[in-house]
Design a binder for this molecule. Structure first.
Ligand SMILES: *[C@@H]1O[C@H](CO)[C@@H](O)[C@H](O)[C@H]1NC(C)=O
Ligand SMILES: *[C@@H]1O[C@H](CO)[C@@H](O)[C@H](O)[C@H]1NC(C)=O
Ligand SMILES: *[C@@H]1O[C@H](CO)[C@@H](O)[C@H](O)[C@H]1NC(C)=O
Length: 709
């Protein structure tokens, strides 16, 4: 937990913050550093695009639960002193190609100020964001290849969040508050593999709650008519508006959380998340309700029946809320009690490594190697957060796929050999993993797995951040942190000591799946089977991070290593663009299809759900970045005031086409207990195109009014 206290120019005691849990408030004092924070909407295509994480072909976007953001934090010693930028994404993970493109954009804006050495881009690991933004084949199979719109939304949001943070760099101080909580590790899998609404999952939710908590004191609580009969009478007169054309900025004007660069920023970063599930009630068989087989996470041999339960089971939205709230509440505690100010040097080291065959020294006379990337059957089994579809089990170390117990695996051997039969070197190197997919030796039509990976250390005084390009397990992360700390202390000439705080920033800069310990690797459960570079992957990381730590402690430079490839020119994209939108005769976009259904008593009460459905265009026509697809407006005198938008946890924007391919947008609102009594209506914003080459047109429409009492 880090808290930044920052002083804004204007002498206004406005508050800006970043949490990882890094957060900040402003203090009227000379700061120890220059600090800037920024945040930008990175919600990708909300229709027909596969989601990143579960690799479930059927899980394609169909709306938004709440928006995804890039949240950036820059800290500098002085205007021309050392600095680094850390960006936290509501995304499954970082992507090498995204990092490459962001760095190009930063270079054209700022020269060498921000570069691969001092920029870290980290993913929260939500499994509910659009896929198609990674450059290696394995990560874009279910998204039918590359999805330009997903990619552009992410690159643009990172760039903009850094620009905002850079623009508001001001003197400030950073406070640290440790506890079990810093960079808290838990999977972004509160939302299941059947969810189709874009969502930041539990970390995105925590950030949304935290930012809203911080800002809530400034949100005006409008009072209006409170007499029930008067409410009913007013509401009864207001009918749906009918669809109206508007412009591309109209939805921004109706946004409740407008981004003018001064938004409070709270980011919840991911850490060594490898084996941490938010489904804390445990895994149970969906048929019998009994706990699953412990060693294989199966029910009577079937992995698909064994499903983890979140604390809100069976309601995944409630689970997301509960796990998000736990992180948010702890962050508030730490934020409010942080007293220890970070002082001292800003520094960083970064290298690229070719993990295909690194020499690793285990002890004085024992040398081993990493292997080309490969995945074992336990990978295809998935986990209890989202089991795989092909009948594999975790914990399989049989040396021969043929002996694997289901017929489906004859099929898989065929598929594997069709793709690539592993070399004998690879088979031996990966033991005891059985090579199911030899991704490190597959290069057609372009590389299936990364070979070149970046590792990075960022230092802010006594806080040391290790950027790792994957998901370390709890124990792997612990070993890495301990090794690096020891190395820093040993070589640091007193600059580092026991109080040095080491945190792991997971899923950062690029993605290479899991990093399990040697012992976990031997078990070949999901994490071991997804540890790409063989049994000594973790030892290789520890060895190479120790080199970085030594260089940092001694003030030495390091060779940059082999650059990762830019595969943008060879990406294949099979996803079809929306062909154009159509409407039933006599209808306009934004016209109401299904109006509010008032309960018999004539008004809604808090806790109830209200919804309306509009004729609409495909949300991929325009992502309405920093705008909103859905607004709940409240009547205030003669004016309608936007009160909730599609960033609110209580609003659902759902998109579908009906059986005539007409687009339909449903906006649902779970009326919060805190909502004030009054007259409300639902508004929808959207965009349409007549044909694939037509210009985009924008429209809006509202429901009839309804009282909430
Ligand atoms: C699970 O695996 C452990 C370690 O291999 C073994 O000791 C234990 O007996 C197994 N439990 C079951 C129920 O198979
Ligand atoms: C990584 O190393 C392997 C083995 O030495 C080599 O074949 C491969 O070309 C290297 N990869 C890259 C991208 O440099
Ligand atoms: C298409 O949907 C409409 C309702 O929107 C329904 O009345 C009609 O029966 C449906 N037609 C078919 C072929 O399913």
């Amino acid at each position: 937990m880090l808290r930044i206290r920052e002083h804004l120019y204007t002498n206004l005691l406005s508050l800006v913050s970043f949490t990882c849990v890094l957060t900040g408030t402003i203090r009227l004092a000379n700061g120890d550093y220059l600090i800037g924070v920024g945040s930008y909407d990175m919600t990708g295509p909300a229709a027909d695009v596969n989601m990143m994480g579960y690799a479930n072909l059927d899980q394609v976007t169909a709306g938004v639960h709440f928006r995804l953001r890039a949240r950036a934090f820059i800290v500098a010693e002085s205007t021309d002193g050392a600095r680094f930028a850390f960006v936290n994404l509501d995304a499954g993970m970082a992507s090498q190609l995204v990092t490459i493109k962001v760095l190009e954009k930063l270079k054209s804006r700022y020269g060498d100020l921000y570069n691969e050495d001092n920029v870290a881009i980290s993913g929260t690991h939500t499994h509910a964001g659009p896929a198609g933004y990674l450059q290696y084949v394995v990560y874009s199979v279910t998204s039918l290849g590359f999805v330009q719109q997903s990619f552009d939304a992410i690159v643009n949001a990172i760039e903009q969040s850094i620009v905002i943070a850079h623009t508001n760099l001001n003197p400030g101080s950073v406070f640290i508050n440790t506890g079990a909580f810093s960079w808290f590790a838990t999977h972004g899998t509160s939302m299941s593999k059947d969810n189709k609404l874009i969502s930041g999952d539990n970390k995105g939710a925590a950030a949304r709650f935290f930012e809203d908590w911080f800002t809530s004191t400034t949100i005006t609580n409008y009072t209006s008519v409170s007499n029930d009969n008067a409410l009913l009478e007013v509401a009864g007169k207001i009918k749906p508006s009918g669809g109206k054309l508007c412009d591309s900025k109209s939805s921004k004007a109706s946004k409740v959380r407008k981004n003018d660069g001064s938004l409070f920023v709270g980011a919840f970063c991911q850490s060594n998340v490898g084996d941490v599930s938010p489904n804390v009630l445990g895994a149970f068989c969906t048929d019998t309700g009994l706990p699953c087989d412990f060693n294989h996470s199966t029910c009577n041999g079937n992995n698909q029946l064994c499903i983890g339960r979140g604390p809100g089971y069976p309601d995944e939205i409630l689970s997301t809320k509960i796990i998000g709230e736990r992180q948010f509440k702890k962050a508030v505690d730490l934020f409010s009690s942080a007293k220890e100010k970070l002082i001292g040097k800003i520094d960083y080291r970064h290298v690229y490594l070719n993990f295909t065959n690194l020499n690793v020294q285990l002890d004085a006379d024992k040398f081993v190697k990493t292997c080309p990337a490969a995945l074992g059957p336990g990978f295809a089994a998935g986990t209890t957060d989202g089991p795989g579809a092909f009948g594999f089990q975790q914990g399989d170390t049989k040396r021969n796929l043929q002996r694997y117990n289901t017929q489906v695996n004859d099929f898989w051997i065929l598929v594997r050999n069709f793709l690539k039969e592993p070399s004998q070197y690879q088979v031996d190197c990966q033991l005891p993993k059985t090579v199911l997919l030899d991704t490190g030796e597959m290069f057609d039509p372009y590389p299936w797995a990364p070979a070149i990976l970046p590792i990075q250390i960022l230092r802010l005084g006594k806080l040391v951040i290790l950027s790792v390009p994957g998901e370390f397990t709890t124990m792997a992360g612990r070993r890495l942190r301990e090794a690096v700390k020891e190395t820093l202390i040993r070589n640091g000439n007193g600059e580092f000591d026991d109080s040095t705080d080491i945190v792991i920033a997971g899923l950062t800069n690029t993605y290479s799946q899991y990093i399990a310990t040697f012992e976990e690797y031997k078990l070949q459960r999901y994490e071991g089977a997804s540890t790409l570079y063989g049994p000594h992957t973790l030892s290789a990381y520890i060895q190479e991070f120790n080199k970085l730590a030594t260089a940092m402690a001694k003030g030495e430079k390091l060779a940059k290593g082999p650059s990762p490839p830019d595969l943008s020119s060879v990406q294949i994209s099979l996803i079809v663009q929306p062909l154009g939108d159509s409407l039933p005769p006599e209808k306009k976009f934004g016209d109401i299809k299904q109006d509010i259904l008032l309960p018999r008593r004539g008004s809604f009460t808090k806790g109830e759900r209200v919804d309306a459905t509009f004729w609409s265009g495909n949300p991929r026509n325009d992502l309405l970045t920093e705008g909103t697809f859905a607004v709940v407006e409240k009547l205030q005198g003669e004016r309608w005031i936007p009160t909730y938008d599609d960033d609110d946890f209580c609003i659902y924007f759902k998109w579908r086409t009906d059986n005539s391919s007409y687009g339909l947008a449903t906006v649902a609102w779970d009326i919060p207990i805190e909502a004030s009594t009054g007259v409300y209506r639902i508004r929808h914003f959207g965009s349409s195109k007549e044909t694939i080459i037509s210009p985009v047109e924008y429209f809006t429409g509202t429901s009839s009014a309804f009282p909430v009492s």
